[in-house]
Design a protein around this ligand. Structure first.
Ligand SMILES: O=C[C@H](O)COP(=O)(O)O
Length: 211
């Protein structure tokens, strides 16, 4: 199943913002055990390519689909792809947005460009974004997604920022393709302490809330 189909099925991806990851394989395994298969490791974690390599090279064991997030330059996009990223995510559209989209297209993997306004959604689509991350979604609320579905019917939208087990369903009901869950599922403290069972339990709680 490709990444977008998996997102359509799971309706959630998790974004990992941790200062250190002891073992990206264990983290991915913990998330998959909790029902979340699409894992976004981000450039806010130092040494991201090393973690991507570890997660990507063990993906056949864990069942995770691992991508790179907080990609801001074409060079970062290429490094992530070389490390095995299966998709790219950006927080918004900087001067390298086209280069990032092109790097993903050349590698045959999806790109999810970030946007906040309708104009930015239009630019993301013009650049060939396969889905659009709406960030920070909690500043806009679920109704914003219903509004966006008017001019952008069928465009896969992924709210990110402030999504939790208590509000995720509202975003999906309002028309989001899937939600991006960060610290509600993967807290930096749990990652730092390698609390994999806790992360699995939080993923299960999140998945139960949107099922
Ligand atoms: O890029 C996404 C955000 O860092 C998501 O974080 P959050 O779910 O903890 O608000």
């Amino acid at each position: 199943m490709n990444t977008l189909d998996l997102l359509r099925a799971d309706r959630v991806l998790t974004v990992v913002r941790a200062p250190e990851i002891a073992d990206a394989r264990d983290l991915c395994a913990a998330l998959v055990a909790g029902g979340i298969h699409v894992v976004e490791l981000t450039y806010t974690t130092p040494d991201l390519p090393r973690h991507l390599e570890r997660a990507a090279s063990t993906a056949s064991e864990t069942g995770a689909v691992v991508g790179a997030g907080t990609v801001q330059t074409g060079a970062q996009a290429k490094r992530a792809i070389d490390a095995g990223a299966q998709f790219l995510v950006t927080p918004g559209q900087g001067p390298d947005a086209a280069a990032i989209a092109e790097a993903a297209r050349s590698a045959g993997i999806p790109v999810i460009l970030g946007a906040f306004t309708p104009s930015e959604v239009m630019t993301a689509l013009a650049l060939g974004s396969d889905a659009v991350k709406i960030f920070p979604a909690h500043q806009l609320g679920p109704k914003y997604f219903k509004d966006l579905n008017g001019p952008f019917p069928g465009v896969p939208l992924v709210p990110s920022g402030g999504i939790n087990a208590g509000n995720a369903r509202d975003y999906l009901t309002a028309g989001a393709l899937a939600v991006s869950a960060g610290t509600d599922v993967v807290s930096p403290a749990d990652v730092a302490a390698s609390n994999w069972e806790t992360i699995t339990a939080k993923a299960q709680t999140f998945c139960a809330a949107i099922s």
